[in-house]
Design a protein around this ligand. Structure first.
Ligand SMILES: Nc1nc2c(c(=O)[nH]1)N[C@H]1C(S)=C(S)[C@@H](COP(=O)(O)O)O[C@H]1N2
Ligand SMILES: [Mo]
Length: 242
């Protein structure tokens, strides 16, 4: 969609028509329906997703100057509670792998060294929890877009589902978010290795959405054409744009 027709749709359509159900119908027509749009809050949620996808487009999450990096970043401090994780940790995560599969031409199994072999990208962005707290940090990693390019995503791909070594829901993002230049498979924070507190060895950083989409201890990515069978977000909204 061109910029003008986007604006036209926004002014004449979503904004002008008002009713959320109408917005949801429009969103559906333009392929802007989030996959969890059914149910009680469906129409309102659809409106948020559609409005943000139209307004935000490919825009960047805000980046901060180095002085703004938080001195003591808060952590929820959860850990994968498994002997296997402890074994991998004792080994300095030399055997950690991020599996990349699903609708790809070449499934991958990436070690930390493999991830570091992609051109590293750094960003100073804010991690914002839905509960109201946040911190700013420098995150370093491989752009997810580059990893997906290496794996060769198939034409019917629409989502990337990602899994944690921790007991956490499999979350997912659409391809626009997955290919966005600020979406990173991070292994570094504030100049050092990503600590266990912040989801090391590997965390998917999705800086345009709330912190719960930035899943810690990521060990599997699955490219799909549907989210059927991939419940995401628990009771949280699937699309968490900020
Ligand atoms: N694996 C995993 N990832 C997770 C969570 C979690 O409990 N487990 N919590 C999410 C939520 S709600 C928040 S606010 C942030 C907390 O990140 P932090 O511990 O680095 O501050 O991680 C997100 N990613
Ligand atoms: Mo959170």
């Amino acid at each position: 969609m061109s910029r003008t027709s986007r604006r036209h749709l926004l002014r004449g359509g979503l904004a002008g028509l008002g009713g959320l159900t109408v917005a949801a119908r429009l969103a559906d027509r333009y392929g802007l329906l989030p996959p969890d749009s059914g149910g009680l809050y469906g129409a309102g949620h659809s409106f948020t997703y559609a409005a943000q996808r139209l307004l935000v487009g490919d825009s960047l999450a805000r980046e901060f100057p180095r002085q703004k990096i938080s001195a003591s970043p808060f952590s929820t401090k959860g850990r994968p509670n498994s002997p296997e994780f402890e074994r991998l940790a004792r080994n300095g995560f030399a055997e950690w792998r991020v599996a990349v599969g699903g609708l790809v031409a070449r499934p991958l199994s990436l070690s930390l060294a493999d991830l570091r072999s992609y051109a590293a990208q750094s960003q100073i962005t804010q991690l914002t929890c839905e509960e109201g707290w946040s911190f700013i940090a420098e995150w370093t990693g491989a752009p997810l877009a580059e990893v997906l390019r290496a794996a060769g995503i198939l034409p019917q791909a629409r989502y990337v589902v990602y899994s944690s070594a921790e007991q956490y829901w499999d979350d997912s993002i659409d391809l626009a978010e997955a290919l966005h230049p600020q979406t990173l498979l991070t292994y570094g924070m504030n100049g050092g290795d990503l600590s266990l507190d912040h989801g090391g060895p590997v965390r998917l950083r999705v800086p345009r959405q709330l912190a719960y989409k930035s899943v810690k201890f990521v060990n599997r990515l699955t490219v799909t054409d549907t989210l059927q069978g991939h419940p995401a977000g628990g009771s949280y909204a699937w699309y968490a744009g900020i």
